[in-house]
Structures are given as structure tokens and as C-alpha cells.
Design a protein around this ligand. Structure first.
Ligand code: ZN
Length: 65
């Protein structure tokens, strides 16, 4: 079985899944990320390029540590 990882868009909070088979089996339930960004060596996933742009404009606003 393919491994699935649940991720959340840090900008709008939409849930997505990452995994090689996600599109085939879960496309209707949760979408796969459309964009990614690496901030402080961590990968963040976004449901849209607009969310990625907003995140990269001020990542500290969306990252809680
Ligand atoms: Zn988003």
C-alpha cells in the first residue's frame, strides 16, 4: 500500500494528502497539494499557488513553533 501523509495548507487550513497513489484513490475526498515551499528546512504544502505566494511573503505569520 502506498503511504499517505495528511497535510494542511498553513495559509487557509485546507486539508490535503501527499502520496504517490493519492490522486487515483482519494482525489474526490482530499486533493493533492498544488505547490510546496521549504522554510527552515521543513516542507510546507499548499492547495494553490496563491496560498504559496502569501506564505512566502511572510512565512513567520503562518508557522507556529
Ligand atoms: Zn491554502
Amino acid at each position: 500500500m502506498a503511504e499517505r501523509i495528511e497535510v494542511k495548507c498553513p495559509v487557509c487550513g485546507r486539508e490535503m494528502e501527499v502520496g504517490s497513489e493519492v490522486h487515483k484513490f482519494y482525489g474526490a475526498v482530499r486533493s493533492a497539494p498544488r505547490a510546496t515551499s521549504i522554510y527552515k528546512e521543513k516542507t510546507y504544502y499548499f492547495d494553490s499557488k496563491a496560498c504559496k505566494r502569501e506564505f512566502e511573503a511572510s512565512p513567520e505569520k503562518f508557522v507556529k513553533e
